[in-house]
Design a protein around this ligand. Structure first.
Ligand SMILES: [Fe+2]
Ligand SMILES: [Fe+2]
Length: 168
């Protein structure tokens, strides 16, 4: 039986985020890429839809790098610091990366909203509505994901780094 402290451990928190939100993004982002490409073809590569497709490509790549950095550097370092084991070697300044990640959280949400709006200008079709709906679902899930990271993961991480520095 786990106590409430264990339920709120950094490890459980980030593992929950990866299992729920990161896997959702990994499933949905490629589907949206495919749907946008089909929609663009159906719209004879209309300038606005092609631009939405290009912006989405950049946002997807930003998100994928972001998830990679969390899963390979930020989260394992926090887990190691919490359990008192040696953190993995890491080239980047993780406190600076956390700050940058909070900006990325905001920028990605805004960009997805803009893309959904642009796609909404395409002629009415079942595919158009499916794309807009999928982008909105991703953005809604991102809101919950980002809220957990900004208000729980990042402050806990900063605290763990601070405690490890003062213990030296
Ligand atoms: Fe994340
Ligand atoms: Fe994040």
């Amino acid at each position: 039986m786990q106590n409430s402290f264990m339920q709120n451990s950094f490890k459980e928190l980030v593992e929950g985020i990866v299992a729920k939100h990161h896997s959702f993004l990994r499933r949905e982002l490629p589907l949206i890429t495919d749907m946008l490409s089909t929609l663009s073809t159906h719209c004879n590569h209309d300038a606005q839809i092609s631009e939405a497709e290009q912006i989405f490509k950049k946002v997807r790549s930003k998100i994928e790098t972001h998830l990679f950095d969390e899963e390979t550097s930020l989260f394992p370092t926090g887990i190691a610091l919490e359990s008192g084991t040696r953190p993995p070697d890491c080239e980047m300044d993780l406190l600076a990366r956390v700050e940058e990640m909070e900006k990325e959280h905001e920028n990605c949400g805004n960009a997805l909203g803009k893309i959904a709006q642009m796609v909404g200008t395409a002629p009415a079709s079942e595919l158009r509505d499916r794309v807009v709906n999928s982008i909105r679902l991703v953005r809604d899930d991102l809101d919950i994901h980002v809220e957990k990271e900004n208000t729980q993961v990042h402050p806990r991480f900063i605290e763990l780094v601070g405690a490890s520095v003062s213990a030296k």
